[in-house]
Design a protein around this ligand. Structure first.
Ligand SMILES: *Cc1c(COP(=O)(O)O)cnc(C)c1O
Length: 498
């Protein structure tokens, strides 16, 4: 144990010890060693289940609530080691679950810096570096999307908040009355057009915006779950018939369940002809713009009024960091058309006080991890990651199609694949998927999810860990087969992964 320096003036002895720089240095070094060892084990697929099996009550019992009034002698290292052991291991190449990435270790270090410096950023003075970096990162993303010089935006905490923020701006811009000051009652009821494949947070945002559940009007999808632009006029007519004024169309790029990309050029044409706001929920897939190999997926995105992109999905960042980008940057002040003069002094559209344009007042130094990673590794790494993940999904889908005992829901458009086991003679296919998934999860060999589509249960994977190989995905099919035959699942620790 390193010697504690003297308690700074005004602190109790235990506060002094807690802030001791030498203790921090020692703990930090041990902690980085612990995390580096974890990374090595996870990436080697050794001695580590993907998701350690634990019932919620068991997990609760592991973490007693009996905090003592005095320092306990608990070693931070031992505590963090238990956190690592009990967590879902996204860095294990056989994690193919929800759309949260295995982040770049450097970005995790940047988050540590952000946590210690704790620059809140609502006003420039509370985060000068992070504010400047945010501006640079947003410019990079705006350029990648093909937005012009007028584009601007903010970083915020997650796609759900990002979609709400953009739709607040859309409402203020397109309602035809000042909803911010007068409330939704000051004009006719409003509506947003969107497909049933849209992420649930958009429905939630519509309700928060005061549109009510009926304020989100469904547009039909095609056989590949993409919005059908030819149904937009009818959807608009349905909204009118219900006495609603349509303000916006929300398109998905790609959708959460199947990764479908809505046809943006046609939707943008419709929005332009009717004077509607086009919002693209690109939380998952807008990053396709980062590679020339995948950019065609989001052709037309440069015509959107606003775009949301989650960097914790396809840009290798730790959660959360989301970009909300506006083609016309001035629109970004419409989202929160409110003044808080005790905080914000600058001219109305000064870029420096980001709190005028975010739901958050205090927010994390979100830009730091993105700026650091882009400047250290360069931009190509990100595009390659996106393109490789998409290509790996296509190869996996091909393998599923070639396997007589599996069924592919739809050709994947990105790195999300829905498929299921369909061996001949099985009656209840839904029960089979649920059972094999549970078995494979319990074995610790893989983590994958399931989703209900077209009235049936499908297995769903997102190939989002940069270390996942084609062999890992072949092993997944084998593990699912074995589970369906009640055989013990192949171990998660196979050496043949490469
Ligand atoms: C993940 C996702 C969201 C929600 O984003 P969070 O960052 O989890 O809040 C919204 N839309 C789409 C299309 C998504 O994939």
């Amino acid at each position: 144990m390193p010697r504690r320096s003297d308690a700074p003036l005004g602190l109790t002895a235990s506060l002094g010890a807690a802030f001791d720089p030498e203790a921090f240095r020692g703990e930090g070094r041990r902690l980085v060693d612990l995390l580096a060892d974890y990374l090595a084990r996870a990436q080697a697929r050794e001695g580590l289940p993907v998701l350690p099996a634990a019932e919620p009550a068991e997990a609760l019992a592991c973490w007693p609530a009996a905090f003592e009034p005095e320092p306990s002698g608990v070693s931070p290292e031992a505590l963090f080691a238990r956190v690592v052991d009990g967590s879902n291991h996204l860095h294990h190449p056989r994690y193919v679950g929800h759309q949260v990435t295995a982040p770049l270790p450097l970005a995790a270090l940047a988050d540590l810096v952000a946590a210690l410096l704790n620059n809140g950023m609502a006003v420039y003075e509370m985060g000068p570096v992070a504010t400047a970096m945010e501006r640079r990162v947003l410019r990079f993303l705006a350029d990648a999307l093909g937005f012009g010089a007028d584009a601007d935006g903010v970083l915020t905490h997650g796609g759900s908040v990002g979609n709400l923020t953009a739709l607040l701006a859309a409402r203020q811009a397109k309602a035809g009355f000042d909803v911010w000051r007068g409330g939704t009652g000051a004009g006719p009821p409003l509506a947003i057009l969107s497909s049933a494949q849209t992420h649930y947070c958009v429905r939630r945002a519509a309700a928060i915006l005061g549109l009510g559940e009926a304020g989100l009007v469904d547009v039909a999808v095609d056989e590949r779950f993409r919005m059908r632009p030819d149904d937009l006029p009818a959807a608009m007519a349905r909204a009118w018939a219900a006495g609603r004024r349509v303000i916006a169309v929300v398109a998905s790029a790609g959708s959460t369940a199947t990764g479908a990309f809505d046809p943006l050029p046609e939707i943008a044409d419709f929005c332009a002809s009717r004077g509607l706001w086009l919002h693209v929920d690109g939380a998952h897939g807008a990053a396709a713009a980062l590679s020339p190999r995948t950019a065609a997926k989001v052709a037309g995105i440069e015509r959107a009024d606003s775009v949301v992109l989650d960097a914790h999905k396809m840009m290798l960042m730790p959660a959360l960091v989301t970009a909300v980008l506006y083609r016309d940057g001035h629109r970004s002040w419409d989202a929160f058309a409110q003044e808080a003069s005790y905080l914000f002094h600058g001219p109305d559209d000064s870029w420096t006080d980001v709190g005028t344009r975010t739901l958050e007042c205090t927010k994390k130094m979100l830009s730091l991890k993105l700026y650091a990673s882009l400047s250290v590794y360069g931009t190509r790494l990100f595009g390659d990651y996106v393109a490789e993940s998409f290509a790996r999904a296509r190869r996996f889908a091909q393998r599923v199609r070639e396997s007589p005992d599996f069924e592919l829901l739809v050709e994947p458009e990105c790195n999300i694949v829905c498929f299921r086991l369909a061996p001949p003679g099985v009656q209840d296919l839904d029960a089979l998927q649920a059972r094999v998934r549970e078995r494979v999860l319990a074995s610790g060999a893989f983590y994958l999810v399931q989703t209900r589509l077209q009235g049936a249960l499908w297995l769903r994977i997102t190939i989002i860990n940069a270390a996942t190989t084609d062999d890992d995905l072949s092993a997944l099919l084998d593990a699912l087969r074995a589970a369906s035959r009640d055989e013990p699942a192949p171990s998660g620790e196979t050496a043949s992964a490469r």
